[in-house]
Design a protein around this ligand. Structure first.
Ligand code: FAD
Length: 395
């Protein structure tokens, strides 16, 4: 009989870890595996706040995919997926079509703007190597522009919408970068403003309140102004308008306030919630025992019946089970149920500062910053072993 064909869409946390596991576990000629990704590199999303602020080089946040997979075992196709056709077991790429027996969807998320007017058009997002290179250049350019038009303080006003993990990590880095930019462009630091605006009643909703307070104090001391429990009503070419009626004039608005699933899932006819597919306990799309959905495209419910937040951590754990279940389906053996085991969460607050919960222990300050680095190094080790740790690790 014909060799089963597995197609993996997206080489993010979910997709690349699935591919790496499959190439280890599958025997020769047991399956044809194809990995499709828009770029020829994998990006380490959890580092992107640094190159976005310019505190690190974007090169350190990406890895060539061919360095991570074995081309004798996995075909890599650099292309953009434009459509998924579950009925025909096909995916349409920008160049060509692929047929599959088993499909793994790991296309990641898209910014959720909750219908707030102007955010799509005028705000920037931290989501890829291209987007963070753009943000870094944009921020630097505002300093250069201000020197030509010193009345335009909006060039020196930076608005970050959303005080979740991404927003908090980014303002921490940006606040660290500002003194260097002020020196480089001869700008008075007191003219620079960083606003972090959050609609929820607290920053880092759902996180330990004592650690949230610690984080906010660290960031306030670095010059960040918080506006919590304050919704952005509109984003315009001139800045943002808040629900309170206040207008903040700013040439830089960065939106980190929400993530939804990839738009192609809805278009393919899957039932979605905010663009995501609620997977069954073996990680299949309901009613499709040959389609796995991972990471930001999927929803996994906690035992309390709430969706787990989309993270790299859950994506990687899903990938392990997905690879196991693909091999099991091909061999006709038993599938594993996915159970998320949260190992903890650490958020960086810029240089030498972080907060987190590891196991049931709260950590903060330098200890948490070291833990953050260890988590990052562990990931590099999982996907690329010691060589990648030495090449891309930040110690
Ligand atoms: P992604 O990692 O987003 O990968 C999707 C892949 O699909 C990408 O390679 C993309 O190029 C590709 N792709 C997209 N569309 C197409 C297409 N049409 N055709 C072909 N390819 C396509 N999580 C944590 O657990 N810990 C953290 O500390 C943490 N920090 C974060 C910090 C920042 C700044 C950000 C933005 C996120 C952070 N996250 C963190 C969240 C985490 O990065 C995401 O949950 C995770 O990346 C989701 O993995 P994924 O496999 O679903 O998709």
């Amino acid at each position: 009989s014909r060799i089963p064909r597995i197609v993996i869409l997206g080489a993010g946390y979910g997709g690349i870890v699935t591919a790496i596991r499959l190439q280890k576990e599958l025997n020769y000629n047991e399956a044809d595996v194809t990995l499709v990704n828009k770029h020829d590199y994998h990006y380490i999303t959890t580092h992107l706040h640094m190159p976005a602020a310019g505190t690190d080089n974007p090169e350190n946040a990406r890895v060539n995919i061919l360095k991570l997979i074995d081309e004798f075992k996995i075909d890599f196709v650099k292309s953009t997926v434009v459509q998924i056709r579950p009925q025909e077991k096909k995916v349409i790429l920008e160049e060509g079509t692929l047929s599959y027996d088993y499909l793994v969807i790991g296309l990641g998320g898209e910014p959720e703007t909750f219908g707030i007017p102007g955010l799509k058009e005028y705000a920037m997002n931290i989501r890829s190597i291209n987007s963070v290179r753009f943000i870094r250049e944009h921020v630097e350019y505002q300093f250069a522009k201000f020197k030509r038009e010193p009345s335009r303080t909006d060039y020196l006003t930076f608005v970050v919408g959303g005080a979740g993990f991404t927003g908090i990590e980014f303002v921490g880095e940006l606040a660290d970068r500002i003194p260097d930019l002020c020196k480089e462009f001869d700008v008075d630091p007191s003219l620079v403003k960083i606003y972090n605006i959050e609609a929820a009643p607290t920053a880092l909703p759902g996180f330990d309140p004592e650690l949230v307070e610690y984080a906010m104090n660290v960031l306030k001391n670095k010059g960040v102004t918080f506006k919590i429990a304050t919704a952005i009503k509109e984003c315009t070419p001139d800045g943002v308008v808040l629900a309170t009626g206040e207008e903040i004039k700013s040439a830089t608005v960065i939106w980190t306030g929400g993530i939804r699933g990839n738009h192609m899932l809805e278009e393919a006819g899957f039932e979605t919630m905010r663009g995501r597919i609620k997977v069954d306990d073996t990680l299949h799309a309901p009613g499709h025992d040959n389609i796995y959905v991972l990471g930001d495209c999927s929803i996994v419910m906690s035992p309390e019946g709430r969706p787990y937040p989309p993270t790299a951590q859950i994506s990687m754990q899903q990938a392990e089970v997905c690879a196991h279940n693909l091999v099991a389906q091909i061999r006709g053996s038993e599938l594993k149920k996915f159970e998320y085991k949260p190992k903890g969460t650490v958020a960086s607050l810029g240089r030498g500062e972080a907060i987190g919960i590891v196991g049931s222990k709260k950590i903060k300050g330098g200890t948490a910053a070291v833990m953050k680095k260890l988590i990052d190094l562990r990931y590099l080790y999982i996907i690329g072993g010691i060589p990648l740790v030495l090449k891309k690790g930040r110690f």
